[in-house]
Design a protein around this ligand. Sequence first.
Ligand code: NAI
Ligand code: F6P
Length: 396
Amino acid sequence: MPETKKAIHFGGGNIGRGFVAEFLHNSGYEVVFVDVMDSIINALQEASSYEVTEISDEGETKFTIDNFRAINSKHEMPKVIEEIATADVVTCAVGPNILKFIAEPIAKGIEGRKKSEPVAVIACENAIGATDTLRGFIEGHLSDSIKQDLKSKARFANSAIDRIVPIQPADAGLNVMIEKFYEWCVESAPFEGNTPSIQGVHFVDDLQPYIERKLFTVNTGHATAAYYGHNRGKKYIHEVLEDEELHDIVQNVLKETAHLICTKHSHISKEEQADYVQAIVKRISNPVLKDNVERVGRAPMRKLSRKERFIGPAAHLAEAGEKFDCLLGSIEMALSFQNVEGDEESAELANILKDKDSKEATSQLTGLEESHPLFGPVQDRVKAVQGLYRVDSVKA
Ligand SMILES: NC(=O)C1=CN([C@@H]2O[C@H](COP(=O)(O)OP(=O)(O)OC[C@H]3O[C@@H](n4cnc5c(N)ncnc54)[C@H](O)[C@@H]3O)[C@@H](O)[C@H]2O)C=CC1
Ligand SMILES: O=P(O)(O)OC[C@H]1O[C@](O)(CO)[C@@H](O)[C@@H]1O
Protein backbone atom coordinates (compact mmCIF):
# COMPACT_ATOMS: atom_id res chain seq x y z
CA MET A 1 0.00 0.00 0.00
CA PRO A 2 1.42 3.45 -0.86
CA GLU A 3 2.43 5.58 2.14
CA THR A 4 -0.12 8.33 2.95
CA LYS A 5 1.20 11.76 2.12
CA LYS A 6 1.15 14.31 4.92
CA ALA A 7 0.67 18.08 4.76
CA ILE A 8 1.13 20.45 7.70
CA HIS A 9 -1.02 23.54 7.29
CA PHE A 10 -0.54 26.64 9.48
CA GLY A 11 -3.76 28.65 9.90
CA GLY A 12 -7.05 26.77 10.25
CA GLY A 13 -9.04 29.86 9.24
CA ASN A 14 -11.27 30.47 6.26
CA ILE A 15 -8.84 29.99 3.38
CA GLY A 16 -6.97 27.27 5.28
CA ARG A 17 -9.97 25.03 5.99
CA GLY A 18 -11.99 26.10 2.97
CA PHE A 19 -9.45 26.09 0.16
CA VAL A 20 -5.94 24.82 0.94
CA ALA A 21 -7.08 21.88 3.07
CA GLU A 22 -9.82 21.00 0.59
CA PHE A 23 -7.27 20.67 -2.22
CA LEU A 24 -4.77 18.78 -0.09
CA HIS A 25 -7.48 16.44 1.19
CA ASN A 26 -8.82 15.80 -2.31
CA SER A 27 -5.27 14.97 -3.42
CA GLY A 28 -4.91 12.25 -0.79
CA TYR A 29 -2.97 14.11 1.90
CA GLU A 30 -3.58 13.75 5.58
CA VAL A 31 -3.79 17.37 6.75
CA VAL A 32 -2.38 18.44 10.12
CA PHE A 33 -3.75 21.87 11.00
CA VAL A 34 -1.61 24.12 13.20
CA ASP A 35 -3.21 27.18 14.77
CA VAL A 36 -2.97 29.30 17.91
CA MET A 37 -6.69 29.79 18.35
CA ASP A 38 -8.02 27.39 21.00
CA SER A 39 -11.58 27.39 19.65
CA ILE A 40 -10.51 26.30 16.14
CA ILE A 41 -8.06 23.65 17.32
CA ASN A 42 -10.45 22.22 19.91
CA ALA A 43 -13.21 21.99 17.31
CA LEU A 44 -10.88 20.35 14.77
CA GLN A 45 -9.67 17.88 17.41
CA GLU A 46 -13.21 16.95 18.38
CA ALA A 47 -14.54 16.62 14.82
CA SER A 48 -13.84 13.81 12.38
CA SER A 49 -15.02 15.83 9.39
CA TYR A 50 -16.40 19.19 8.25
CA GLU A 51 -18.12 20.46 5.14
CA VAL A 52 -17.00 22.85 2.43
CA THR A 53 -19.88 24.27 0.39
CA GLU A 54 -18.97 25.74 -2.97
CA ILE A 55 -21.48 28.31 -4.19
CA SER A 56 -22.03 29.54 -7.72
CA ASP A 57 -24.82 30.67 -10.04
CA GLU A 58 -25.60 27.02 -10.70
CA GLY A 59 -26.19 26.23 -7.03
CA GLU A 60 -24.22 24.57 -4.24
CA THR A 61 -21.84 21.62 -4.12
CA LYS A 62 -20.82 20.11 -0.80
CA PHE A 63 -17.53 18.35 -0.02
CA THR A 64 -16.71 16.46 3.13
CA ILE A 65 -13.21 17.00 4.48
CA ASP A 66 -11.84 14.30 6.78
CA ASN A 67 -8.49 12.62 7.43
CA PHE A 68 -7.14 15.56 9.43
CA ARG A 69 -5.59 16.20 12.83
CA ALA A 70 -4.96 19.49 14.63
CA ILE A 71 -2.23 20.82 16.93
CA ASN A 72 -2.26 23.98 19.02
CA SER A 73 1.18 25.53 18.51
CA LYS A 74 0.67 27.75 21.57
CA HIS A 75 0.84 24.68 23.81
CA GLU A 76 2.41 21.85 21.77
CA MET A 77 5.23 23.24 19.66
CA PRO A 78 7.46 20.11 19.90
CA LYS A 79 4.66 18.10 18.28
CA VAL A 80 4.46 20.60 15.44
CA ILE A 81 8.22 20.31 14.84
CA GLU A 82 8.01 16.52 14.90
CA GLU A 83 5.22 16.56 12.29
CA ILE A 84 7.18 18.88 9.99
CA ALA A 85 10.19 16.58 10.18
CA THR A 86 8.12 13.85 8.50
CA ALA A 87 5.84 15.97 6.28
CA ASP A 88 5.71 16.04 2.49
CA VAL A 89 4.22 19.51 2.25
CA VAL A 90 4.04 22.58 4.53
CA THR A 91 1.52 25.28 3.63
CA CYS A 92 0.25 28.32 5.49
CA ALA A 93 -2.57 30.87 5.27
CA VAL A 94 -2.02 32.95 8.39
CA GLY A 95 -1.66 36.47 6.97
CA PRO A 96 1.61 38.00 5.68
CA ASN A 97 2.38 39.68 9.03
CA ILE A 98 2.34 36.33 10.86
CA LEU A 99 4.96 34.58 8.71
CA LYS A 100 7.75 35.52 11.11
CA PHE A 101 6.00 33.71 13.95
CA ILE A 102 5.63 30.36 12.15
CA ALA A 103 9.21 30.32 10.82
CA GLU A 104 10.90 28.85 13.89
CA PRO A 105 8.97 25.55 14.10
CA ILE A 106 9.36 25.08 10.35
CA ALA A 107 13.11 25.68 10.68
CA LYS A 108 13.35 23.20 13.55
CA GLY A 109 11.36 20.64 11.57
CA ILE A 110 13.76 21.09 8.65
CA GLU A 111 16.76 20.75 10.97
CA GLY A 112 15.33 17.51 12.34
CA ARG A 113 14.17 16.21 8.92
CA LYS A 114 13.56 12.45 9.01
CA LYS A 115 12.49 11.93 5.38
CA SER A 116 14.96 11.62 2.56
CA GLU A 117 12.79 13.71 0.22
CA PRO A 118 12.76 17.50 0.75
CA VAL A 119 9.59 19.04 2.18
CA ALA A 120 7.68 21.40 -0.16
CA VAL A 121 7.03 24.76 1.53
CA ILE A 122 4.29 26.91 -0.07
CA ALA A 123 2.95 30.08 1.59
CA CYS A 124 -0.63 30.80 0.50
CA GLU A 125 -0.94 34.47 1.39
CA ASN A 126 -2.04 37.51 -0.59
CA ALA A 127 1.41 38.93 -1.06
CA ILE A 128 4.13 38.98 -3.68
CA GLY A 129 6.92 36.56 -2.77
CA ALA A 130 5.32 35.37 0.49
CA THR A 131 7.24 32.06 0.43
CA ASP A 132 10.50 33.96 -0.11
CA THR A 133 9.63 36.11 2.89
CA LEU A 134 8.89 33.02 4.97
CA ARG A 135 12.11 31.39 3.78
CA GLY A 136 14.06 34.47 4.91
CA PHE A 137 12.60 34.12 8.42
CA ILE A 138 13.22 30.35 8.41
CA GLU A 139 16.85 30.79 7.39
CA GLY A 140 17.29 33.10 10.36
CA HIS A 141 16.71 30.03 12.57
CA LEU A 142 18.81 27.50 10.62
CA SER A 143 22.38 26.42 11.30
CA ASP A 144 25.00 27.22 8.65
CA SER A 145 25.46 23.57 7.75
CA ILE A 146 21.74 23.03 7.04
CA LYS A 147 21.58 26.29 5.08
CA GLN A 148 24.39 25.11 2.83
CA ASP A 149 22.46 21.96 1.93
CA LEU A 150 18.94 23.37 2.23
CA LYS A 151 17.80 22.05 -1.16
CA SER A 152 18.07 18.47 0.06
CA LYS A 153 15.80 19.26 3.04
CA ALA A 154 13.24 21.74 1.70
CA ARG A 155 12.02 23.31 -1.51
CA PHE A 156 10.40 26.76 -1.34
CA ALA A 157 7.87 27.86 -3.97
CA ASN A 158 5.95 31.13 -4.17
CA SER A 159 2.26 30.98 -4.96
CA ALA A 160 -0.73 33.10 -5.96
CA ILE A 161 -3.98 32.08 -4.37
CA ASP A 162 -7.40 33.37 -5.32
CA ARG A 163 -10.74 32.36 -3.92
CA ILE A 164 -13.25 34.46 -2.00
CA VAL A 165 -14.00 33.11 1.44
CA PRO A 166 -16.21 35.57 3.32
CA ILE A 167 -16.67 35.70 7.07
CA GLN A 168 -18.67 32.62 7.99
CA PRO A 169 -21.97 32.69 9.89
CA ALA A 170 -21.51 32.48 13.67
CA ASP A 171 -23.18 29.06 13.84
CA ALA A 172 -21.14 27.54 10.97
CA GLY A 173 -18.63 25.85 13.26
CA LEU A 174 -15.87 24.35 11.10
CA ASN A 175 -17.98 24.35 7.94
CA VAL A 176 -16.95 26.81 5.25
CA MET A 177 -19.00 28.42 2.49
CA ILE A 178 -16.78 29.41 -0.39
CA GLU A 179 -17.09 30.62 -4.00
CA LYS A 180 -16.70 27.94 -6.67
CA PHE A 181 -14.10 29.91 -8.62
CA TYR A 182 -10.48 29.29 -7.65
CA GLU A 183 -6.99 29.88 -8.90
CA TRP A 184 -3.90 28.53 -7.13
CA CYS A 185 -0.67 29.03 -9.08
CA VAL A 186 2.64 27.74 -7.73
CA GLU A 187 6.17 28.16 -9.09
CA SER A 188 7.42 24.92 -10.58
CA ALA A 189 11.17 25.63 -10.92
CA PRO A 190 12.10 25.06 -7.24
CA PHE A 191 10.92 21.43 -7.51
CA GLU A 192 13.21 20.63 -10.45
CA GLY A 193 10.67 18.40 -12.16
CA ASN A 194 9.37 16.76 -9.00
CA THR A 195 6.34 18.97 -8.21
CA PRO A 196 4.13 17.86 -5.33
CA SER A 197 0.95 16.29 -6.57
CA ILE A 198 -1.87 18.63 -5.53
CA GLN A 199 -4.93 18.45 -7.78
CA GLY A 200 -6.13 21.83 -9.00
CA VAL A 201 -2.79 23.59 -8.51
CA HIS A 202 -1.47 25.24 -11.65
CA PHE A 203 2.32 24.92 -11.65
CA VAL A 204 3.90 27.75 -13.65
CA ASP A 205 7.44 28.57 -14.81
CA ASP A 206 7.10 32.28 -14.08
CA LEU A 207 4.75 33.31 -11.28
CA GLN A 208 5.27 37.06 -11.60
CA PRO A 209 2.54 37.72 -14.23
CA TYR A 210 0.05 35.58 -12.31
CA ILE A 211 0.62 37.13 -8.90
CA GLU A 212 0.74 40.68 -10.25
CA ARG A 213 -2.38 40.18 -12.35
CA LYS A 214 -4.16 38.72 -9.34
CA LEU A 215 -3.02 41.22 -6.71
CA PHE A 216 -3.40 44.28 -8.97
CA THR A 217 -6.81 43.24 -10.32
CA VAL A 218 -8.72 41.09 -7.82
CA ASN A 219 -7.27 42.67 -4.72
CA THR A 220 -6.98 46.23 -6.05
CA GLY A 221 -10.58 46.11 -7.25
CA HIS A 222 -11.91 44.36 -4.19
CA ALA A 223 -10.14 46.67 -1.74
CA THR A 224 -11.20 49.76 -3.74
CA ALA A 225 -14.82 48.61 -3.41
CA ALA A 226 -14.28 47.99 0.31
CA TYR A 227 -12.74 51.38 1.09
CA TYR A 228 -15.20 53.42 -0.97
CA GLY A 229 -18.01 51.30 0.41
CA HIS A 230 -16.91 51.87 3.99
CA ASN A 231 -16.65 55.58 3.31
CA ARG A 232 -20.22 55.63 1.92
CA GLY A 233 -21.70 53.55 4.71
CA LYS A 234 -22.25 50.32 2.71
CA LYS A 235 -22.30 47.04 4.58
CA TYR A 236 -21.57 44.47 1.87
CA ILE A 237 -19.29 44.49 -1.17
CA HIS A 238 -22.11 43.57 -3.58
CA GLU A 239 -24.01 46.68 -2.41
CA VAL A 240 -20.99 48.79 -3.37
CA LEU A 241 -20.98 47.32 -6.87
CA GLU A 242 -24.73 47.89 -7.19
CA ASP A 243 -24.10 51.63 -6.78
CA GLU A 244 -23.52 52.96 -10.30
CA GLU A 245 -21.03 55.65 -9.29
CA LEU A 246 -18.94 53.27 -7.17
CA HIS A 247 -19.14 50.54 -9.81
CA ASP A 248 -17.62 52.99 -12.33
CA ILE A 249 -14.93 53.99 -9.85
CA VAL A 250 -13.87 50.35 -9.44
CA GLN A 251 -13.87 49.83 -13.23
CA ASN A 252 -11.78 52.97 -13.76
CA VAL A 253 -9.20 51.93 -11.17
CA LEU A 254 -8.95 48.57 -12.91
CA LYS A 255 -8.39 50.30 -16.26
CA GLU A 256 -5.24 51.83 -14.77
CA THR A 257 -3.93 48.51 -13.43
CA ALA A 258 -4.94 46.73 -16.67
CA HIS A 259 -2.78 49.16 -18.62
CA LEU A 260 0.15 48.37 -16.33
CA ILE A 261 -0.37 44.60 -16.51
CA CYS A 262 -0.61 44.52 -20.32
CA THR A 263 2.42 46.78 -20.69
CA LYS A 264 4.55 44.90 -18.20
CA HIS A 265 3.51 41.40 -19.27
CA SER A 266 3.21 41.70 -23.02
CA HIS A 267 1.84 38.17 -23.50
CA ILE A 268 -1.35 39.26 -21.65
CA SER A 269 -3.43 40.93 -24.36
CA LYS A 270 -5.75 43.88 -23.69
CA GLU A 271 -8.74 41.67 -24.57
CA GLU A 272 -7.65 38.90 -22.21
CA GLN A 273 -7.13 41.36 -19.36
CA ALA A 274 -10.47 43.09 -20.08
CA ASP A 275 -12.23 39.70 -19.85
CA TYR A 276 -10.36 38.92 -16.63
CA VAL A 277 -11.42 42.27 -15.13
CA GLN A 278 -15.09 41.68 -15.98
CA ALA A 279 -14.95 38.15 -14.53
CA ILE A 280 -13.50 39.60 -11.30
CA VAL A 281 -16.10 42.37 -11.10
CA LYS A 282 -18.79 39.70 -11.55
CA ARG A 283 -17.26 37.59 -8.77
CA ILE A 284 -17.08 40.42 -6.27
CA SER A 285 -20.62 41.58 -7.20
CA ASN A 286 -22.09 38.21 -6.17
CA PRO A 287 -24.72 38.92 -3.47
CA VAL A 288 -24.72 35.32 -2.28
CA LEU A 289 -21.25 35.81 -0.78
CA LYS A 290 -22.50 38.53 1.60
CA ASP A 291 -18.94 39.74 1.99
CA ASN A 292 -18.49 42.57 4.52
CA VAL A 293 -16.61 45.69 3.48
CA GLU A 294 -14.67 45.53 6.75
CA ARG A 295 -13.32 42.04 6.00
CA VAL A 296 -12.16 43.01 2.54
CA GLY A 297 -10.67 46.29 3.79
CA ARG A 298 -8.98 44.68 6.82
CA ALA A 299 -5.37 45.57 7.61
CA PRO A 300 -5.20 48.91 5.72
CA MET A 301 -1.54 49.53 6.59
CA ARG A 302 -0.52 46.26 4.93
CA LYS A 303 -2.63 47.18 1.93
CA LEU A 304 -1.03 50.64 1.69
CA SER A 305 2.51 49.26 1.82
CA ARG A 306 5.09 49.61 -0.97
CA LYS A 307 4.60 46.42 -3.00
CA GLU A 308 0.88 46.03 -2.33
CA ARG A 309 -2.28 46.50 -4.40
CA PHE A 310 -2.35 50.32 -4.56
CA ILE A 311 1.13 51.77 -4.12
CA GLY A 312 2.69 48.87 -6.10
CA PRO A 313 0.86 49.52 -9.39
CA ALA A 314 0.63 53.31 -8.90
CA ALA A 315 4.41 53.51 -8.39
CA HIS A 316 5.06 51.60 -11.64
CA LEU A 317 2.62 53.84 -13.51
CA ALA A 318 4.09 57.02 -12.03
CA GLU A 319 7.62 55.91 -12.98
CA ALA A 320 6.43 55.35 -16.56
CA GLY A 321 4.71 58.74 -16.69
CA GLU A 322 1.32 57.04 -17.03
CA LYS A 323 -2.04 57.89 -15.46
CA PHE A 324 -2.68 56.78 -11.86
CA ASP A 325 -5.22 59.28 -10.49
CA CYS A 326 -7.99 56.69 -9.97
CA LEU A 327 -5.59 54.64 -7.84
CA LEU A 328 -4.92 57.81 -5.83
CA GLY A 329 -8.65 57.89 -5.06
CA SER A 330 -8.44 54.32 -3.69
CA ILE A 331 -5.39 55.31 -1.64
CA GLU A 332 -7.27 58.25 -0.15
CA MET A 333 -10.18 55.98 0.76
CA ALA A 334 -7.81 53.41 2.29
CA LEU A 335 -6.29 56.21 4.40
CA SER A 336 -9.81 56.98 5.61
CA PHE A 337 -10.35 53.41 6.88
CA GLN A 338 -9.62 54.35 10.49
CA ASN A 339 -10.65 53.00 13.89
CA VAL A 340 -12.73 50.16 12.48
CA GLU A 341 -13.85 47.84 15.24
CA GLY A 342 -11.70 44.73 15.50
CA ASP A 343 -9.06 46.02 13.10
CA GLU A 344 -5.87 46.98 14.95
CA GLU A 345 -4.16 48.38 11.87
CA SER A 346 -7.02 50.78 11.26
CA ALA A 347 -6.45 52.23 14.77
CA GLU A 348 -2.69 52.42 14.21
CA LEU A 349 -3.33 54.17 10.88
CA ALA A 350 -5.51 56.73 12.66
CA ASN A 351 -2.74 57.40 15.19
CA ILE A 352 -0.08 57.83 12.52
CA LEU A 353 -2.26 60.28 10.60
CA LYS A 354 -2.98 62.16 13.81
CA ASP A 355 0.56 62.27 15.22
CA LYS A 356 2.81 62.61 12.17
CA ASP A 357 3.07 65.34 9.57
CA SER A 358 2.06 64.40 6.05
CA LYS A 359 5.62 63.78 4.86
CA GLU A 360 6.48 61.44 7.71
CA ALA A 361 3.13 59.68 7.48
CA THR A 362 3.47 59.17 3.70
CA SER A 363 6.94 57.82 4.10
CA GLN A 364 6.06 55.47 6.97
CA LEU A 365 2.85 54.16 5.45
CA THR A 366 3.93 53.70 1.83
CA GLY A 367 7.68 53.12 2.01
CA LEU A 368 8.07 55.51 -0.96
CA GLU A 369 11.20 57.62 -1.18
CA GLU A 370 10.58 61.35 -1.18
CA SER A 371 12.15 61.60 -4.64
CA HIS A 372 9.69 59.08 -6.12
CA PRO A 373 7.18 60.64 -8.58
CA LEU A 374 4.32 59.09 -6.60
CA PHE A 375 5.39 60.57 -3.27
CA GLY A 376 4.03 64.09 -3.79
CA PRO A 377 0.60 63.01 -5.12
CA VAL A 378 0.18 60.53 -2.25
CA GLN A 379 1.32 63.12 0.27
CA ASP A 380 -1.43 65.42 -1.04
CA ARG A 381 -3.99 62.68 -0.32
CA VAL A 382 -2.50 62.17 3.12
CA LYS A 383 -2.88 65.91 3.73
CA ALA A 384 -6.46 65.80 2.50
CA VAL A 385 -7.29 62.99 4.91
CA GLN A 386 -5.48 64.70 7.75
CA GLY A 387 -7.30 67.91 6.94
CA LEU A 388 -4.03 69.65 7.72
CA TYR A 389 -3.21 71.62 4.63
CA ARG A 390 -2.44 74.81 6.52
CA VAL A 391 -0.52 73.26 9.40
CA ASP A 392 1.63 71.27 6.95
CA SER A 393 2.39 74.23 4.73
CA VAL A 394 3.56 76.14 7.80
CA LYS A 395 5.84 73.19 8.77
CA ALA A 396 7.20 72.90 5.21
N1 NAI B 1 -10.29 34.80 2.80
C1 NAI B 1 -9.97 34.95 1.53
O1 NAI B 1 -10.84 35.16 0.67
C2 NAI B 1 -8.54 34.82 1.07
C3 NAI B 1 -7.49 34.95 1.92
N2 NAI B 1 -6.20 34.85 1.44
C4 NAI B 1 -5.07 35.01 2.32
O2 NAI B 1 -5.04 33.91 3.24
C5 NAI B 1 -4.52 34.34 4.48
C6 NAI B 1 -5.50 33.97 5.59
O3 NAI B 1 -6.74 34.59 5.33
P1 NAI B 1 -8.09 34.06 5.99
O4 NAI B 1 -8.14 32.60 5.98
O5 NAI B 1 -9.19 34.81 5.36
O6 NAI B 1 -7.92 34.59 7.49
P2 NAI B 1 -8.44 33.93 8.84
O7 NAI B 1 -8.31 34.97 9.86
O8 NAI B 1 -9.76 33.27 8.62
O9 NAI B 1 -7.37 32.77 9.13
C7 NAI B 1 -6.08 32.99 9.61
C8 NAI B 1 -5.78 31.91 10.65
O10 NAI B 1 -4.40 32.00 11.01
C9 NAI B 1 -4.33 31.70 12.39
N3 NAI B 1 -3.07 32.12 12.97
C10 NAI B 1 -2.72 33.36 13.40
N4 NAI B 1 -1.48 33.32 13.93
C11 NAI B 1 -1.04 32.06 13.81
C12 NAI B 1 0.17 31.39 14.17
N5 NAI B 1 1.19 32.04 14.76
N6 NAI B 1 0.28 30.07 13.91
C13 NAI B 1 -0.74 29.39 13.32
N7 NAI B 1 -1.91 29.97 12.97
C14 NAI B 1 -2.05 31.29 13.20
C15 NAI B 1 -5.55 32.41 12.97
O11 NAI B 1 -5.86 31.96 14.26
C16 NAI B 1 -6.61 32.06 11.93
O12 NAI B 1 -7.25 30.85 12.23
C17 NAI B 1 -4.25 35.84 4.33
O13 NAI B 1 -2.92 36.04 3.95
C18 NAI B 1 -5.15 36.27 3.20
O14 NAI B 1 -4.64 37.38 2.52
C19 NAI B 1 -5.93 34.60 0.14
C20 NAI B 1 -6.93 34.45 -0.77
C21 NAI B 1 -8.30 34.54 -0.36
O1 F6P C 1 -6.11 39.64 3.65
P1 F6P C 1 -6.48 40.10 2.29
O2 F6P C 1 -5.31 40.49 1.47
O3 F6P C 1 -7.58 41.07 2.26
O4 F6P C 1 -7.01 38.73 1.62
C1 F6P C 1 -8.31 38.45 1.33
C2 F6P C 1 -8.60 38.87 -0.09
O5 F6P C 1 -8.27 37.87 -1.04
C3 F6P C 1 -9.42 37.55 -1.80
O6 F6P C 1 -9.90 36.35 -1.41
C4 F6P C 1 -9.18 37.40 -3.22
O7 F6P C 1 -8.55 36.18 -3.51
C5 F6P C 1 -10.47 38.54 -1.43
O8 F6P C 1 -11.60 37.91 -1.00
C6 F6P C 1 -10.00 39.27 -0.25
O9 F6P C 1 -10.13 40.62 -0.50
